[in-house]
Design a protein around this ligand. Structure first.
Ligand SMILES: Cc1cc2nc3c(=O)[nH]c(=O)nc-3n(C[C@H](O)[C@H](O)[C@H](O)COP(=O)(O)OP(=O)(O)OC[C@H]3O[C@@H](n4cnc5c(N)ncnc54)[C@H](O)[C@@H]3O)c2cc1C
Length: 297
């Protein structure tokens, strides 16, 4: 690929062989062959139209649900965090660019006396990642509040998807990876700022009680099987505190893997696979990764 030509054309927004570890919550992973951090949608459209047809594209929001492997990612990796505008219209519909953080959108809604988006305060991702994962917490998920989202595909073509079009289910959607979400609209209703603030405080407090905070992690490692809690199955299989190098199953919340200091992506992934195996041997139940693993093994 003509990396140097890209570098010349999108000078300020392209980084070659950039370390991706610093862009993920786990703080692990190799380099992006080409990293692109656009500040406007139009730049992204231009890059997608100009890139070679066979070039792989991968999108990162806040990197809070990603385990990027040690060999990094080939092709173009896009980070959306500079596409982060948030607006509200006269009907209380909030429009957020997909690189806006969930917490900023929650606070924006509170500042405008709009309720319904409080659950976003505790999810450490972006709006784009949240839609892709149909993320949720405290009884609410993206599909409950999303109206629609404008997206662009890897050929630079735009389309608007309604929530129904996205076929959102528990931590997944029915859309291929070739769509990059750009701007999403959310429904809200009028609420008292004080009540919204206290609900958000309660959410933050409950998280601090139940989850490890201030650590390098990817959040819930495995999806909850139907009517079961992944953390309980992991605990019952004797995996609380289990280690592989600096990768450890959190003692506070067994479904979290923590990078204690210098874990590699391989150590984290292998620890996850060991836990899956132990849970299966102990309970006969198969766990499935919620964290997305990307890059070459
Ligand atoms: C401490 C901690 C707590 C967490 N708590 C929760 C929780 O309570 N509930 C919950 O559901 N999750 C939770 N998570 C997981 C994670 O925060 C969510 O899945 C979040 O929505 C991911 O958003 P992101 O921007 O970080 O996405 P990333 O991790 O960057 O990417 C995740 C996926 O989304 C895709 N993606 C990102 N942006 C876009 C875009 N603009 N267009 C298309 N695809 C895109 C990526 O390609 C990838 O497939 C937690 C994680 C951590 C570290």
């Amino acid at each position: 690929m003509k990396k140097d030509a890209f570098k010349k054309q999108f000078f300020n927004y392209i980084f070659l062989e950039e370390k991706l570890a610093q862009h993920t919550w786990f703080r692990v992973g190799g380099n992006a062959e080409i990293l692109f951090i656009p500040e406007e949608e139009i730049l992204l459209e231009k890059l997608l139209k100009d890139k070679p047809n066979d070039c792989d594209i991968f999108t990162i929001g806040a990197g809070s649900n990603l385990l990027i492997r040690d060999n990094g990612i080939n092709g173009i990796t896009i980070i959306t965090n500079k596409l982060n505008k948030i607006n509200i219209d006269e009907n209380g519909i909030i429009t957020a660019s997909c690189g806006a953080s969930d917490a900023d959108v929650a606070r924006f809604a509170k500042d405008h006396n709009r309720t319904g988006l409080e659950f976003l305060i505790g999810i450490p991702g972006t709006i784009g990642g949240g839609i892709k994962m149909n993320s949720g917490a405290f009884g609410c998920e993206f599909r409950d509040v999303l109206i629609d989202v404008k997206a662009i595909n890897h050929d630079g073509e735009y389309k608007v998807f309604s929530t129904n079009d996205l076929k959102m289910e528990y931590r997944k959607i029915g859309l291929t990876n070739k769509w990059i979400f750009l701007t999403a609209r959310f429904k809200t209703s009028y609420g008292s700022k004080e009540l919204i603030r206290s609900k958000m405080k309660e959410i933050i407090h409950s998280r601090k009680m139940a989850q490890p905070t201030g650590v390098k992690t990817g959040g819930s490692t495995f999806k909850n099987p139907l009517d079961k809690k992944a953390w309980q199955l992991i605990d019952q299989a004797g995996c609380r505190g289990l280690r592989n190098g600096d990768a450890m199953i959190s003692k506070k919340h067994c479904n979290f893997i923590v990078n204690l200091k210098n874990a590699t992506a391989k150590q984290i992934e292998n620890l996850g696979e060991t836990v899956k195996q132990k849970v299966f041997e102990n309970s006969g139940i198969r766990l499935y990764w919620e964290i997305e693993r990307v890059g070459d093994k």
